[in-house]
Ligand binder design. Structure first.
Ligand code: PEP
Length: 257
């Protein structure tokens, strides 16, 4: 679909010091094809956000936080607010990553609150969803994903959708090397788009970028990105090496549809 730009985001998780961040970006920026119109994001740890912004200045690389507090300020030890992120020039956040849901016990209402908090502060949101192995085995994938999307977007107006990107990340494919089959990933993403059309409108749903995530690497990126409804990728492990991640970014530029 030509009206949607491709978006490739690298989620570094709990990796990369400031020194490693600078070395990475200085290599990465020389290797990516910047004329393709693909949106490129790096998602470093909080402590590396500012140096990542500085090092990628005057490039097309954008920087996203991995998380955000749902609160403005106050007695919330360890949290980072929207205002703090904006102060250092961060304009995008990941919300609802399966590791936040599973390891840190964030439920749908927290994820909805974080999404609302980000949007209220003019931050763009990459909202993640995805089913476990068990849900898939029970043939409950579609209803699970629809429920996650509906609750993640609760009380969010149609006007805000332009600032939301959805990432479909089947949990069984994250960090396992087991990529979701490209046709199946495309089917689920199309199903998400149809659900967004039901919640909002077909016109708005057709404009939304929906990414695939789960063991994306340079060897499978082109195949995934050539699918009709896959608008990009959220990449974990394979984003930790500048060379490998640049190959994924450059695959987006040439993916056939
Ligand atoms: C992720 O955690 O967002 C992810 C997709 O990880 P990986 O690429 O390592 O499977």
């Amino acid at each position: 679909n030509m009206q949607r730009k491709k978006l490739i985001a690298g989620n570094w998780k709990l990796n990369m010091t400031q020194a490693q961040t600078v070395a990475y970006i200085n290599e990465f920026k020389t290797k990516i094809n910047t004329n393709s119109g693909t949106e490129v994001y790096l998602c470093p740890s909080f402590t590396s956000l500012q140096i990542a912004k500085q090092t990628s200045e005057a490039t097309s690389i954008r920087v996203s936080a991995q998380d955000i507090s749902q609160f403005d300020n106050g007695a919330y030890t360890g949290e980072i607010s929207a205002e703090m992120l904006k102060e250092i020039g961060v304009d995008t956040v990941l919300v609802g990553h399966s590791e936040r849901r599973e390891i840190f016990k964030e439920d749908d209402s927290i994820i909805n609150a974080k999404t609302i908090q980000a949007l209220k502060n003019s931050l763009r949101v990459i909202l993640c969803c995805g089913e476990s192995d068990a849900i898939r085995s029970e043939n409950k994938t579609d209803e699970w994903i629809k429920a996650q999307i509906s609750s993640g977007l609760q009380n969010i107006s149609a006007d805000s959708l332009a600032n939301i990107v959805i990432a479909y990340e089947p949990i069984w494919a994250i960090g396992t090397g087991k990529t979701c089959d490209s046709v199946e990933a495309n089917r689920v993403i199309k199903m998400i788009r149809d659900h967004l059309a039901t919640l909002y409108s077909k016109d708005l749903a057709d404009k939304m970028q929906i990414l695939y995530g789960g063991s994306v690497k340079s060897s499978n990126a082109a195949e995934l990105l050539s699918q009709s409804d896959i608008d990009g990728a959220l990449v974990g492990g394979a984003s930790l090496k500048a060379e490998e991640f640049s190959l994924i970014v450059n695959a987006a530029a040439v993916a056939l549809r």
